[in-house]
Ligand binder design. Structure first.
Ligand code: 13P
Ligand code: ZN
Length: 278
């Protein structure tokens, strides 16, 4: 099958373009990866090349569970803006070696290049999430959304504070990301170190904020990861608006007991650390 006719590839292109339309991907900002099912990979394998070179994923990074699996990944320095019109130049499909410390490009990046510089964060998050969900989670998506970023200059960089403030902005937030949002220390982009720190937070959260940089979301499907990102960014925009209008004072809000009621009726299990008294 022609790779571009594959449903998996078509949704990768669609979501990348939607992210671009949202304004989350200035220049080469952001990156995205999708772990293909074996059926999806088999369908398009006839297009794969075998002459790719094995390259190290990152220092101290290994994902042996993914030996022989295939990932669709945006290219480093490539623009989300171009994914739709020039997919072959904008992203690639990679596979992982037996020891899990190297990858090889089997399709795409037709004008050369390498997968995203955040490949360590992507593959480590995939590994943690696949283990935690019995293989259900297949997507890692990183973008540079404006309002989430603004909040990292205003709120203390604490997971419980970001979670609670975002949850309070829309009743459905606590249902969309019931495990909250993790917030990391500032780190240099593009190295194994940011990847390892992100992976650690992904043990607990589906969304991790990189202060003064962006957001990483993980989910079962591309639309779900996009949807979590969208919800967080919309809540962040609302919070920035409230702060602009009232300096952050709220006449009323969703209370800890309201969250406990949601928890009960939706059969969720919120961590008490998010329901602190203010
Ligand atoms: P890449 O172009 O290497 O994917 O980097 C973009 C980015 O957002 C880094 O955090
Ligand atoms: Zn980034």
């Amino acid at each position: 099958m022609d790779i571009l006719k594959s449903k998996a590839i078509q949704s990768f292109i669609k979501i990348a373009d939607m992210g671009w339309q949202m304004g989350w991907h200035e220049i080469n900002g952001g990156n995205m990866s999708y772990r293909m099912t074996s059926d999806e990979a088999d369908e398009v394998k006839e297009n794969f090349r075998s002459d790719g070179e094995w390259k190290e994923i990152g220092k101290d990074v290994a994902v042996p569970d993914f030996a022989g699996q295939y990932f669709v990944v945006t290219g480093s320095g490539k623009y989300f803006q171009n994914v739709k019109d020039n997919p072959e130049d904008s992203f690639c499909i990679i596979t992982v070696n037996n020891s899990g410390d190297k990858y090889k490009i089997v399709w795409g990046l037709s004008n050369g290049g390498r997968p995203t510089s955040e490949i360590s964060a992507h593959l480590l998050t995939h590994s943690i999430k696949a283990k935690a969900t019995g293989g259900k989670y297949r997507v890692v998506y990183h973008s540079h959304p404006k309002y989430t970023n603004i909040l990292t200059y205003i709120l203390p960089l604490k997971s419980e504070v970001f979670t609670r403030e975002l949850w309070e902005m829309m009743t459905e937030c606590s249902i969309v990301f019931p495990n909250g949002v993790g917030v990391m220390d500032w780190k240099v982009p593009c190295c194994a170190e940011i990847g390892i720190a992100t992976g650690r937070l992904m043990e607990k959260y589906d969304a991790v904020i990189w202060p003064h940089h962006g957001l990483v979301c993980s989910g079962e499907k591309l639309d779900m990861a996009f949807g979590i990102m969208h919800t967080i960014e919309k809540a962040a925009e609302m919070l920035v608006n409230v702060m602009q209008i009232t300096g952050g004072k709220k006449a009323q809000t969703i209370t800890p007991d309201n969250f406990r009621a949601i928890e009960k009726d939706f059969n969720l299990n919120f961590s008490e650390e998010f329901l602190y008294e203010k």
